[in-house]
Design a protein around this ligand. Structure first.
Ligand code: HXC
Length: 263
C-alpha cells in the first residue's frame, strides 16, 4: 500500500505495544522501516513481542506512573536519539454497568487511558519541540463522542482523550507537532473484543447491523496509524478518524441496551 521503507529513519514509541492493536500497529510500522520502543506492564508479553518483531526496544512500565513514563522516554532517547512519533495506545476496559462499577474501577481505567495519554505526551513533548517535529496518535474509540453504556469508565476516558487530542493539536501545531486520534471499531482477535464481545450470538447480531458487516483487522488500524505518521498527512491535525466499518453511523455506543451485562 505504502512504499516499502517509507518510514526509514523514523523512531517512535508505542504504549501497550506488546499485544492487541498496539502490536498490530508495531508490525505495520516496522514493515515500513520504522524503529520502535514498545512498552507494557507484562514483561512476558513484551518478551514475546520482541521475539516476533526483532530489533525493538522494550521497556516495562505502567503508563499511570510518571516515573515509569520518564524512564521509558529516557531509555528511548538513549537508544535512538530522537522521537518522531508517539502512539498512546495503552488501555484498560471491561464490561460493567455503572451501578456495579466501583470507584477504583472507574479510576483505574481513567488513569490508564486519560492520565497515561497526558503523561506520555508531556514526556515526549520537549524532545519534539526541540526538533520542531513530531506526530502523536491517540487510540480512542467512536463512543468518545457518543455514549458508552456498559463501558462508561472507558467512554469517559476516551472522551477525555478526544478533547486532549484537540487541545494538544491547537497548542502544539506551531511547533510542528501534529496530534490526531484513531477511533477503532470492533477489531478481531484483540483483548478488547475478548472482553467486550464474549457472546458470539450478540456479536453476530451487532456485526450484521454494520455498514461493513465484519470485524476489523488489526492491520487496518496499523495502516491508519501509518498514514497519520507518513508525510502524506502533513496538514492533518486534531482529527478523530473512525476506522470502524461505519459502526458509529449505526450506534453511538458499542454495547446497546440488552447487549450488556446485568448489575
Ligand atoms: C468489575 C472490575 C473488573 C470487572 C476489574 N475491576 N475488572 N470490576 N468487573 N470485570 C475492578 C477491580 O475490582 C478493582 O476495583 C478495579 O477494577 C481495579 O482493578 P485492578 O485489577 O486492581 O487494576 P489493574 O491491575 O490496574 O487493572 C486495570 C484493569 C484491567 C483496567 C482493571 O482490566 C487491565 O489491566 N486491563 C488492560 C488490558 C485491557 O483491558 N485491554 C482492553 C482495552 S480495549 P476494586 O473496587 O475491587 O478495588 C478497549 C476497547 C476500545 O479499550 C474500544 C473498541 C471499540
Amino acid at each position: 500500500m505504502f512504499q516499502e521503507n517509507c518510514l526509514k529513519g523514523q523512531k517512535g514509541l508505542i504504549t501497550g505495544g506488546s499485544s492487541g492493536i498496539g502490536l498490530e500497529i508495531a508490525r505495520v510500522l516496522i514493515a515500513h522501516g520504522a524503529e520502535l520502543t514498545i512498552t507494557g506492564r507484562d514483561t512476558s508479553k513484551l518478551a514475546h513481542a520482541k521475539s516476533e518483531l526483532g530489533d525493538v526496544l522494550t521497556v516495562a512500565g505502567d503508563v499511570r506512573q510518571a516515573d515509569d513514563v520518564a524512564q521509558t522516554v529516557d531509555a528511548h532517547m538513549a537508544r535512538f536519539g530522537q522521537v518522531d512519533f508517539l502512539i498512546n495506545n495503552a488501555a484498560g476496559n471491561f464490561l460493567c454497568p455503572i451501578e456495579a462499577m466501583s470507584e477504583n474501577a472507574f479510576r483505574s481505567v481513567m488513569e490508564i487511558v486519560a492520565h497515561g495519554t497526558f503523561l506520555f505526551s508531556k514526556a515526549v513533548f520537549p524532545h519534539m519541540k526541540k526538533r520542531g517535529y513530531g506526530r502523536i496518535i491517540n487510540t480512542g474509540a467512536t463512543y468518545a463522542w457518543g455514549q458508552a453504556s456498559y463501558v462508561a469508565h472507558s467512554g469517559a476516558a476516551k472522551a477525555a482523550v478526544l478533547n486532549l487530542t484537540r487541545s494538544m493539536a491547537v497548542e502544539w501545531g506551531h511547533y510542528g507537532i501534529l496530534v490526531n486520534m484513531i477511533a477503532p471499531g470492533p477489531i478481531d482477535q484483540t483483548e478488547g473484543m475478548k472482553r467486550l464481545m464474549a457472546d458470539p450470538k450478540k456479536t453476530d447480531m451487532l456485526l450484521n447491523m454494520m455498514p461493513v458487516p465484519r470485524m476489523g483487522k488489526g492491520s487496518e488500524i496499523g495502516l491508519a496509524a501509518l498514514f497519520l505518521i507518513h508525510p502524506l498527512s502533513s496538514y492533518i491535525t486534531g482529527i478523530a478518524l473512525p476506522v470502524d466499518g461505519g459502526m458509529s453511523l449505526i450506534t453511538p455506543g458499542l454495547i446497546p441496551p440488552g447487549f450488556g451485562p446485568k448489575a
